[in-house]
Design a protein around this ligand. Structure first.
Ligand code: G4P
Length: 528
């Protein structure tokens, strides 16, 4: 086996998707803790002096306790090299999340067992489903009273249309939580409470038939557990690896991230089941991981660190070996470039990366060269088949409060739009202020905050009542009465409409024009 094959086989690249508060930050910390990456998991309770999870680093995130930007973490576990990409966890949806999910081979869906599938879980799940990637499920917070477990599984199955196959089964929940039964290893894994009323890692493992089990968990509980296990083993479909790989079945784990319950058990199965780096479709056909070097940019981030005020492009290695300093083609422009400034993306740390393999994420310092979806490769012809964007649903004019800041304002606008924080449209009907297009309101807040923090510009935002955007092909001059006429950052003609009635009316009136929910050369995911 070559080094390349060996490294490909041991790579696992995934992201955690969850609704805010389900415990993603806590889970991330515990995964890093179990892998030995961090000695002491930073507390999400954020008490003074305690460390934060390394993935949460932007000041607004720290203030609001949400994850806005994504970073990429690496850790080793049981001989596997794992890349964990952090996804934004806020209520509002942004393109950033989708882009991160284009760079992973599987996802962990984290649910609060008391709440089940929540709004944001559904949206993120839909993105994973769209990509057809395998999904793991972790039911968190079992140390608190949970929903009825069978109802919980049924809810996942019906809401998300995916079959559940439990890998573990909890013994009680809330104050009665005693551990899990590992259906794969056929072992009861028990936990102990410490004198401070807190749990700690598993202390005992035993089989279900062990007569000591009554003494350990209680007669009633042992009886119930045996019945439930019989029911699950009899009634639920056995785990089908192929169905999992197609995204039709999810292995389900139960535990409590905060108390380290079930995290290790999950990791052990994860490294077994999670797929290694997958092939990617390109304009020159399918590129397999053992092909010569190719990578694509899925995210841009300006001003990641106060020490380094520059732009970083996140590149996922798709095939071959990446070596720092290598000369490759930037295939969109056809230019030859040297990839010399390459670094890790573990929060604020910036260590150089000398080499990387398929599945790995490399941070490239980006002096304005890269755009989202760009390919770098030893083959000058390869491009991606079209990188998805989301259709904005809310629009607002924006202007700097102090006109003398116009230059900084323009720079921030361009860079933040390039990152996908917002989309920008420019009026063509005389108005001067650019219009921001976003899917969710929080994107506007992030924009406002970053404009101030990173570019020193106080801005004013004026939301308007437009809700629909259409790229228009044809002569639009006649249409100004019904819609707002703008152009996107590439100068393509665009119309904004207040509602679908206005749009339908325009379509009827101007049958000769085409109204596209996306520019023709781009794939856009529309949620309409
Ligand atoms: P997020 O990134 O998905 O938004 O969630 P995060 O990890 O920040 O966790 C959200 C809250 O849930 C935190 O509480 C965290 O301590 C708690 N939590 C995470 N995992 C568990 C678990 O297994 N059991 C229980 N009971 N709670 C869990 P918080 O209200 O932000 O702070 P605090 O009350 O813990 O101080």
């Amino acid at each position: 086996m070559t080094t390349l094959d060996f490294e490909i086989e041991r790579r696992r690249t995934f992201a955690i998707i969850s609704h805010p508060d389900a415990g993603k930050t806590t889970m991330t910390e515990k995964l890093l803790l179990y892998s030995g990456m961090i000695q002491q998991a930073g507390s999400v309770t954020a008490k003074a002096g305690q460390s934060h999870a390394k993935s949460d680093w932007m000041s607004m995130e720290q203030q609001r306790g949400i994850s806005i930007s994504s970073s990429a973490m690496q850790f080793e576990y049981l001989g596997r090299h794992i890349n964990l990409l952090d996804t934004p966890g806020h209520q509002d949806f942004s393109e950033d999340t989708y882009r991160v999910l284009t760079a992973v081979d599987s996802a962990l869906m984290l649910l609060d067992a008391a709440r089940g599938v929540q709004q944001q879980t559904e949206k993120l799940f839909a993105v994973c489903r769209n990509r057809g990637i395998p999904i793991f499920t972790f039911m968190n917070k079992l140390d608190r009273p949970a929903m009825d477990l069978f109802e919980l599984l049924e809810q996942v199955e019906t809401t998300l249309a995916i079959k559940c196959s439990p890998m573990t089964w909890p013994i009680g929940s809330g104050p009665d939580f005693q551990g899990v039964y590992d259906l794969y290893k056929k072992q009861v894994v028990l936990f102990e409470r410490t004198s401070h009323g807190k749990f700690r890692a598993p202390v005992q493992m035993t089989s279900l038939e062990d007569p000591a089990i009554e003494r350990l968990i209680g007669v009633q509980e042992a009886k119930q557990l045996r019945e439930q296990v019989e029911l699950i083993e009899g009634a639920l479909e056995p785990f089908d690896f192929d169905a999992f790989m197609r995204g039709e079945m999810t292995p389900v784990f139960f535990g409590s991230a905060m108390n380290n319950f079930g995290v290790e058990g999950f990791l052990e199965r994860f490294v077994d089941l999670a797929p290694q780096p997958q092939a990617v479709e390109t304009t020159v056909g399918t590129v397999f991981p053992d092909a010569p070097f190719m990578g694509f940019v899925f995210k841009l981030q300006a001003n990641m660190s106060r020490h380094h005020r520059d732009r970083t492009a996140y590149m996922r290695v798709v095939s071959g070996k990446f070596e720092r300093g290598m000369e490759v083609f930037h295939t969109r422009t056809g230019r030859s470039i040297r990839l010399s400034r390459a670094h890790t993306l573990f929060a604020e740390e910036r260590d150089s990366i000398e080499e990387a393999y398929p599945g790995d994420i490399v941070g490239l310092v980006n002096p304005g060269v890269f755009q989202i979806g760009d390919v770098v490769s030893v083959n000058p012809k390869i491009q991606l088949e079209g990188f998805p964007r989301f259709t904005p649903e809310n629009f607002a004019s924006v202007t700097p409060k102090d006109v003398s800041k116009r230059k900084a304002f323009r720079k921030g606008l361009e860079q933040l739009a390039e990152e996908g924080v917002v989309q920008v449209f420019y009026p063509t009907d005389g108005g001067r202020d650019p219009i921001l297009g976003v899917v969710g309101q929080l994107q506007l807040e992030v924009f406002e905050h970053r404009m101030l923090e990173e570019y020193g510009v106080v801005i004013e935002i004026f939301p308007n009542s437009y809700r629909l955007v259409r790229w228009v092909a044809g002569d639009m001059s006649v249409m100004a009465r019904f819609a707002k006429s703008v152009e996107d950052d590439k100068g393509r003609p665009v119309m904004l409409f207040r509602n679908s009635w206005d749009l339908d009316f325009a379509k009827e009136q101007y049958a000769g024009l085409e109204f596209l929910p996306q520019p023709q050369d781009m794939t856009v995911i529309s949620r309409e």
